[in-house]
Design a protein around this ligand. Structure first.
Ligand code: MN
Length: 321
């Protein structure tokens, strides 16, 4: 089937359904939440009953709080056990649905909306476009295929999906098609400054203090073009910050001009160390992570190892050119 035919098949299934059950992957990001909520708004707007959820932990990260429709989701235990038509968003495999994987297996029709090349096509209808910059882009096409229109809330959600997955129009995925969609979405009343701030910029003051301490101990190994730092449990206690809040810290450390590879180590309560790796492309950090029992992509990968952190750094350095 061509892309257009698959979209039309998905649209027919949705139109013919009594209730459409929408789900995205565990620990949803901006694209997962944005694409799912956009579809939720569009269906409600056109009188099609829908329910939206994601697996436990049923908690939305604070920087997504301005997405309209978060209050319209239901907890996963209220999700239909045997959905008539279920649609998944930005979710590459069944297990990434967490608690909702069982519901997906019981669905009469399972529509998979995604843009990951690695998607294993677990649906009965798979609408997967690996050239799309975000799942939100695929949702826009599905809405068109349904003959439905966007409203303000769905436009805000799709805009969030688009800016999150293109890194605010900075990643390689930023094509002319991305700007076409952005132009269309910004015809609606999108609060661009406040969305940008909450999605990408603001942090609690406590985090900034932790950041200062962690940056102060960052080490540059110039000979190996390698920069690294560690976040310790006592940092979290001292500044009152959770490990979840330091996810973006590596994006600051990897700005180091002299470094090709960046590592941020996070000491867990049990003494093990979670390592995030980034590369500019000359070094394949996925291979490095795999050699340590982890995985990822060429530019971004990770692994977990027994501590202490200094021993883990020695192992990374031994694997680097
Ligand atoms: Mn995505």
């Amino acid at each position: 089937m061509t892309d257009t035919e698959v979209l039309a098949t998905a649209a027919r299934a949705i139109r013919g359904s009594v209730q459409v059950a929408l789900a995205c992957h565990v620990n949803p990001d901006g694209d997962a939440l944005g694409s799912m909520l956009a579809m939720h708004h569009v269906l409600r707007h056109h009188g099609i009953a829908s329910v939206a959820s994601f697996s436990q932990p049923f908690v939305v990260a604070p920087h997504y709080r301005e997405l309209p429709g978060l209050d319209l989701m239901v907890p996963p235990d209220q999700f239909p056990a045997r959905p008539d038509v279920m649609v998944t968003f930005d979710c590459g495999s069944l297990d990434r649905l967490g608690d909702l994987a069982a519901c997906a297996s019981e669905a009469r029709e399972l529509i998979v909306i995604d843009h990951h090349l690695s998607n294993d096509r677990y649906g009965t209808i798979n609408v997967i476009d690996d050239r799309a910059a975000a799942s939100g882009v695929v949702v826009r096409e599905l809405v068109r295929s349904l003959g439905f229109v966007l409203d303000r809330d769905s436009a805000v959600c799709l805009y969030a999906a688009l800016v999150c997955d293109t890194g605010r129009f900075q990643y390689e995925s930023t094509t002319p098609a991305v700007f076409d969609l952005a132009r269309e979405l910004t015809e609606f009343d999108i609060p661009i400054p406040s969305l940008s701030r909450t999605l990408f910029e603001e942090h609690r003051f406590a985090y900034l203090q932790l950041l200062a301490a962690v940056l102060a101990r960052t080490e540059l190994v110039a000979a190996q073009r390698f920069v690294w730092t560690v976040v310790r449990q006592d940092d979290l206690a001292r500044f009152g910050v959770t490990m979840d809040e330091v996810e973006g810290l590596i994006d600051i450390v990897r700005r180091t001009r002299e470094a090709e590879v960046t590592a941020v180590l996070k000491e867990d309560v049990d003494g093990s160390v979670r390592v995030s790796l980034r590369s500019l492309g000359d070094v394949d950090v996925c291979l490095l992570a795999q050699s340590m029992g982890g995985g990822g992509h060429r530019f971004a990968a990770g692994f977990t190892a027994p501590g202490p952190a200094t021993a883990v750094v020695d192992r990374i350095r031994a694997a680097l050119p």
